[in-house]
Design a protein around this ligand. Structure first.
Ligand SMILES: Cc1cc2nc3c(=O)[nH]c(=O)nc-3n(C[C@H](O)[C@H](O)[C@H](O)COP(=O)(O)O)c2cc1C
Length: 387
């Protein structure tokens, strides 16, 4: 068995700028070796489709979504509408028991759908939760939204749409010599609307407290077998797995390539505390949290199902604004998650100055500057179409 240091040295010798990064069970690697087919949906989205409803969907599928699980099911209705449902086979029951993050990932989809439709000269009339809200505890087969496209060349085009191709969830370590300037969080706050707020801090003392809390939450998620297993099950290790399933947590790059061949990187090792791979994962979690140069959180007035969807819409806008401003953004959701083991850390987070403002924190992100990774894999529009 190779030592961790040697493992890292070997990876470094291959020119691997990237490293395996564990992020709350979210693992990412610099995307060297990404199969073209997995990122093809980012190239001229919808160009192979005629129906504007499907063209808009091709853009919407580029939305950020939890664990890149892409939990959408789309149904064509008549000749000008679509219904959006949750794909109930794509849930995160361990880390997201109520499906709150899954619904946020529907809000991001819908906001991008609306923007893409406007670019094509359509107004998207979106009715959220037309069959009534889901129960607070679980999602079901009812519609998330019904969307009608209406020809309307005056539908306002959104300047944030220009940044769709550059938007990322940047899970790399950030440059600790570069501060996030005052005003950066305010610029994100300007775009969210809907009575939502974005609050944040780059103050070194407060930031350190948030770094430590975020690291502790990541560590807890990795060290809790049922939540770790959920991530491991969603891992796509190496180009052939990513090509076969362009979703989930893509693990690519020389470190993975070497690790697999040397027998020191496997799903089994990832799940066993004490193995080199497990320890590297913890170290990388530390690197993510401890290089955060600012934190920001998106708060909704309440935690209704409607607010969760609208939080997704607001988050998409925040994430696009970060791309516009050249700011790296990375959701760190662990502290917000609703599984019992997290509740103590969550209480500590919510007690920090400026966090609890009477509303519900829906998204927590770290901010900073760093090299942007390539795009993450996506399935095709055909893959989300319901019969
Ligand atoms: C509701 C929500 C929660 C997320 N939580 C995390 C998280 O805790 N850790 C993380 O690394 N990424 C998180 N992400 C980012 C996703 O992993 C990312 O959007 C997905 O992998 C697709 O990558 P992309 O955003 O770069 O296109 C979250 C995204 C959403 C919408």
């Amino acid at each position: 068995m190779l030592s961790r240091r040697r493992f890292i040295r070997i990876a470094g010798a291959t020119g691997a700028a990237g490293v395996l990064i564990a992020g709350g069970g979210y693992w990412a690697a610099t995307r060297g070796g990404m199969p073209d087919s997995a990122v093809a949906p980012w190239q001229a989205p919808g160009q192979d489709l005629d129906d504007p409803r499907l063209k808009a969907a091709a853009f919407a599928m580029l939305a950020p979504n939890p664990h890149n699980i892409q939990p959408w099911r789309l149904k064509l209705v008549g000749n000008d509408a679509v219904d959006l449902h949750v794909d109930l086979a794509r849930l995160l029951p361990e880390t997201d028991p109520p499906g709150r993050q899954i619904l946020i990932g529907h809000g991001t989809f819908l906001e991008l759908y609306r923007m893409a439709a406007a670019e094509m000269g359509y107004r998207a009339d979106i009715a959220l939760l037309p069959d009534g809200p889901f129960e607070p505890e679980r999602l079901d087969a009812r519609r998330v939204a019904s969307v009608r496209l209406v020809r309307d060349t005056k539908a306002p085009r959104d300047p944030l749409f220009a940044h769709v191709g550059q938007r990322r969830s940047n899970k790399e370590p950030y440059d600790t010599s570069r501060e996030v300037p005052g005003g950066a969080v305010g610029r994100l706050a300007e775009v969210v609307g809907r009575g939502f707020t974005v609050t944040g801090t780059a103050d070194p003392a407060a930031r350190q407290t948030f770094r430590d809390l975020a690291e502790a939450a990541l560590k807890l998620e990795i060290e809790t077998p049922h939540t770790l297993k959920e991530s491991i099950d969603l891992m796509r290790i190496g180009p052939s797995e990513v090509a076969a399933n362009p979703d989930g947590i893509d693990l690519l790059g020389p470190m993975i390539w070497w690790g697999e061949r040397m027998g020191i990187f496997s799903r089994d090792d990832l799940s066993r505390p004490g193995t080199e791979t497990f320890e590297v994962g913890l170290q990388m979690a530390r690197d993510q949290a401890q290089t955060a140069m600012a934190f920001a959180w998106l708060t909704s007035p309440d935690n209704s199902r409607m607010s969760q969807l609208q939080a997704g819409m607001s988050y998409l806008r925040m994430n696009l604004a970060a791309a516009r401003d050249g700011l790296a953004m990375h959701p760190m959701s662990q502290l917000l998650q609703e599984y019992p083991e997290m509740s103590d850390l969550q209480d500590r987070f919510l007690k920090q100055d400026g966090v609890r403002g009477g509303g519900h924190v829906q998204m927590l992100v770290r901010l900073g500057y760093g090299e942007a990774p390539g795009p993450s894999p996506r399935r095709r529009v055909a893959d989300i179409m319901a019969a």
